[in-house]
Design a protein around this ligand. Structure first.
Ligand SMILES: C[S@@+](CC[C@H](N)C(=O)[O-])C[C@H]1O[C@@H](n2cnc3c(N)ncnc32)[C@H](O)[C@@H]1O
Length: 309
């Protein structure tokens, strides 16, 4: 076997020859090459890792889009009353968007340490808002099913058993889960509300329910019993009734249309709150509000009612 080394500067040629054949190998060996090679290697590794980072980012966007799509599907299955921000760039398509009129209610900026009750919570907009403001405990109550609404018996007779047993609270459950909320929902009729059952609360919110009740006075009395701090009572009213000159007029509507039993004058509402037991009643605000597409069509009043002076 014969081996021959040929070297010219950094270039090296090795020629190997024997009875079975011969081979030629080339090599470059110098410090310059070493640093060039290392640079090339670092660039290759860096390139791979940045490609991986980009792939991971693309996957994350894809996952997020998939998750959002799945959430949207769930949201779409529900007929929403409230527009609720689900914290995933998704807002439920509610019939009423209270987010734009929140300031009209003069809620405390923070509710830290407070125990708060939301009566007739529906999809839970108000309960989630109280939670967002730091309330220590929020209880959201509502009826179980359509049959528990104060519908006139003649209306119920016309409804199928399926319609009457349709459950309330589906929207609340979805929003509650997606928002990872700690609000506790209780199935409870306002007429059955009592301190023995749920304790007393720093703030009791009851919004847009009294007109849907056959016995709004009884509901207000129940609210009075569980109020330790104050009750925040918001309700529709009809200024036309106040213009009739008497102070306490209410119109009987009969409950057949949208389960609406009453149209209240402002004076009547205020007196009803007093007569339920509250000693101090403040009219916080009055403003116009309406469902989507009909903004400003209904007159609303917000009262703060204190059990004692
Ligand atoms: C018009 S929505 C108002 C929703 C919410 N309180 C607000 O202010 O946006 C009326 C709500 O009161 C509930 N409700 C009706 N009758 C009730 C009753 N007897 N006891 C408790 N909740 C009742 C309904 O199920 C519905 O959630």
């Amino acid at each position: 076997m014969a081996t021959k080394f040929l070297r010219l500067g950094p270039f090296e040629l090795v020629v190997l020859a024997n009875d079975r054949g011969f081979s030629i190998r080339g090599a470059i060996s110098c410090r310059l090459w070493g640093s060039f090679y290392n640079r090339l290697r670092r660039w290759r590794i860096g390139d791979t890792s940045s490609r991986k980072t980009q792939e991971r980012a693309e996957q994350a966007v894809f996952d997020q889009t998939q998750e959002q799509k799945a959430l949207m599907e769930r949201v779409r299955t529900i007929q929403w009353y409230h527009s609720i921000d689900l914290d995933h760039q998704i807002v439920t398509p509610g019939l009423y968007d209270h987010r734009q009129i929140l300031a009209q209610y003069y809620l405390p900026e923070r509710m830290d340490g407070l125990r708060v009750l939301d009566v007739g919570t529906f999809d839970g907009f108000w309960a989630f808002e109280f939670e967002k403001r730091g309330a220590n405990e929020v209880v959201a109550m509502d009826i179980e099913q359509v049959n528990d609404l104060d519908l006139p018996p003649t209306m119920k007779d016309l409804m199928s058993p399926e319609e009457l047993s349709r459950k309330h609270g589906k929207g609340f459950a979805v929003a509650h889960e997606i928002r990872k909320s700690q609000v506790r929902r209780e199935v409870l009729n306002v007429y059955d509300l009592s301190a023995a059952r749920v304790g007393k609360f720093d703030i009791v919110h009851i919004g847009d329910i009294l007109l849907h009740l056959m016995n709004p006075m009884k509901a207000l009395q129940r609210v009075f019993e569980v109020t330790a701090g104050y009750a925040l009572i918001s309700e529709c009213f009809s200024p036309d009734l106040d213009r009739l000159g008497c102070e306490r007029i209410l119109q009987y509507c009969g409950g057949a249309t949208e389960c609406t039993w009453w149209s209240f004058s402002l004076g009547a509402l205020e007196q009803m709150i007093f007569d339920a037991g509250f000693q101090k009643v403040e009219l916080v605000n009055r403003f116009k509000f309406g469902p989507q597409g009909k903004p400003g069509t209904r007159h609303h009043a917000v009262f703060r009612a204190f059990p004692r002076f």
